[in-house]
Design a protein around this ligand. Structure first.
Ligand SMILES: [Zn+2]
Length: 339
């Protein structure tokens, strides 16, 4: 339909405000798009920080190499001191131990890493911490990121699965072993040979009992001779049992997540017990193992895949790792300030 010309030419303040509004909206959109499009700023290249007792910088290594991790690092940068290469090698051995069959790169493979170095005033290396590393061995690629969760440092793969054994803490703050793990023990009440599948700690009734590793509660009620029992399932097929308890911590119910060090119950003498003590068991794939022996290398820390801070930190470390050389066998020259 054709409108008469004079109607369109009719003057009113409307077109002016309409044009102004369109301009403002366009401007606002342009600004917000610019913000979205702008990549996160690269960490600034700052001079190294001189911390108390030493200088801290970040270094990047990468390239094709082979041998143990310490040797592989020497191939990438022969200028590094032997002690520094040894430190890096030991770090990488630990980080990749859960995913590699053998230590280091048996055949030629790819290795990249970003690490933080603390130097003494005389220029020698006091300590290093690998922040992120990536290695391609036998056709598969493994990445490890340093991440601190609840002040507990550890290494995690790209999906946030723990690569660092958490180790088992002690279930009681202060206690002495009144009866060790023993597969041939004569039971003090039943008077026959019965394996003692755990360790007994003497402690006064009511002493708080703590979870020895992160996990989830699978049992929190009486169970036969155990009396009041708490059982916790941990990552990688470990479980722990805390028996003869006088009572349970209020949060502790089947399905509840518990953290290492959290109080799960209190020392008592329920079940088959001659007096107040804690009977503590560690099981691997359901089989009892000696808690005194497995104490340090058992129980990997919980995964961090759903932890809010994890994704941001992983992205930051991935960008850092991307600065490590890929093809060249030379060390990155960049030195960055400590975080
Ligand atoms: Zn016992």
């Amino acid at each position: 339909m054709i409108r008469p010309f004079h109607r369109r030419a009719h003057r009113s303040p409307f077109p002016f405000y309409a044009v102004l509004a369109v301009l403002l909206v366009t401007l606002a959109l342009a600004v917000s798009w610019t913000r979205l499009d702008t990549p996160p700023p690269e960490p600034p290249m700052l001079p190294a920080v001189y911390a108390v007792g030493g200088r801290v910088d970040t270094l990047f290594l990468g390239g094709y190499t082979r041998g143990s991790f310490a040797e592989a690092v020497r191939v990438l940068d022969s200028d590094l001191s032997e002690s520094e290469r040894g430190m890096i090698g030991r770090h990488l051995d630990k980080m990749f131990a859960p995913v590699l069959k053998e230590k280091g790169l048996v055949d030629t493979g790819r290795l990249r890493l970003a690490y933080e170095r603390t130097q003494r005033p005389d220029g020698t290396t006091r300590a290093i911490r690998v922040l992120a590393a990536e290695t391609a061995v036998a056709g598969s690629m493994h990445t490890a990121f340093f991440y601190e969760q609840d002040k507990r440092p550890g290494y995690f793969d790209g999906l946030g699965r723990s690569l660092t054994p958490q180790g088992l803490a002690r279930p009681l703050d202060r206690a002495w072993i009144s009866s060790p793990f023993n597969t041939q023990r004569v039971h003090p009440i039943l008077r026959r040979i019965m394996p003692h599948n755990g360790v007994d700690y003497a402690a006064t009734a009511g002493t708080p009992v703590r979870a020895t590793a992160d996990g989830s509660v699978s049992w929190a009620q009486p169970r036969g001779g155990y009396g009041n029992l708490v059982e916790i399932q941990h990552p990688s097929g470990y479980s722990t049992r805390y028996a003869h308890l006088s009572g349970f911590a209020s949060r502790v119910r089947p399905g509840a997540a518990v953290q290492q060090g959290e109080v799960v119950g209190f020392v008592g003498s329920t079940g088959l017990s001659t007096g107040p003590h804690l009977h503590y068991e560690v099981r691997r794939q359901g089989q009892p193992v000696n808690p005194e022996v497995v104490a340090l290398d058992a129980g990997p820390a919980a995964d961090v895949g759903y932890t809010p801070g994890w994704r941001t930190e992983r992205q930051r470390l991935a960008r850092l790792l991307a600065r490590a050389p890929t093809m060249l066998s030379t060390r990155g020259r960049a030195a960055m300030a400590d975080r």
